[in-house]
Design a binder for this molecule. Structure first.
Ligand code: ZN
Length: 201
């Protein structure tokens, strides 16, 4: 907690004064262009790897960057965030970003004891299709292959949300799948088949 308080002090002393114009504008304006969906993993920092300023990314983070498919009637915080970003904020890009060494994907690949971690095990069921796709392409047991297939699966899940389906039909939004490699700092974009190509080499 001491570290966090010192961080707030440094922000107030060094960072905020240098960007007062930006923060004054942001006080009354919220117009992000991108919905960025990443894993909750502490090593994945969307604003850092995209060098975005405050106000530019609308971020949703979940374990395994999982996006449950649309389920009418359920009180779903992820679905609410997606709907608000697309239908109200009018974002033009949605990025689903997986990452190397993902603990959630490792748990999916290795199996998890539902008795000891029932909430985690239940949540990771949203990666069932990711696992099935990975097995079908012959990559079963490989976390990197699962991370890639999981990003594609979550992009497909995104398209089941009515706000996203509407925006896709109107060509007002673009979906992108990324993989961030923690050890090298590289980001790859996946094509429709899951083949990665490096961004900004
Ligand atoms: Zn992760």
């Amino acid at each position: 907690m001491q570290d966090l308080e010192q961080g707030v002090a440094r922000f107030r002393r060094n960072v905020f004064p240098a960007k007062t114009e930006l923060f004054t504008r942001l006080a009354t304006t919220h117009r992000p262009a991108t919905l960025f969906i990443s894993c909750s993993d502490a090593r994945v920092v969307p604003e850092l790897i995209t060098q975005s300023e405050p106000g530019e990314l609308f971020v949703i983070r979940t374990a395994g960057n999982l996006v449950p498919a649309y389920a009418p009637g359920s009180a779903d915080g992820v679905a609410a965030g997606i709907e608000y970003a697309v239908a109200v904020l009018g974002i033009s890009d949605i990025v689903v970003c997986g990452h190397s060494g993902c603990g959630a994907m490792t748990a999916v690949a290795d199996g998890l004891d539902p008795a000891s971690l029932p909430a985690v095990a239940g949540w990771l069921r949203h990666a069932d299709a990711s696992q099935a796709r990975t097995t079908a392409e012959g990559g079963a047991g490989t976390v990197a292959a699962l991370v890639r297939q999981n990003v594609l699966t979550q992009l497909a899940n995104l398209a089941t949300h009515p706000s996203v389906a509407r925006a896709l039909a109107g060509e007002t939004v673009t979906l992108r799948g990324w993989i961030y490699d923690i050890g090298t700092g590289t980001v790859a974009e996946l094509d429709a088949t899951g083949r990665p190509s490096a961004l900004a080499v």
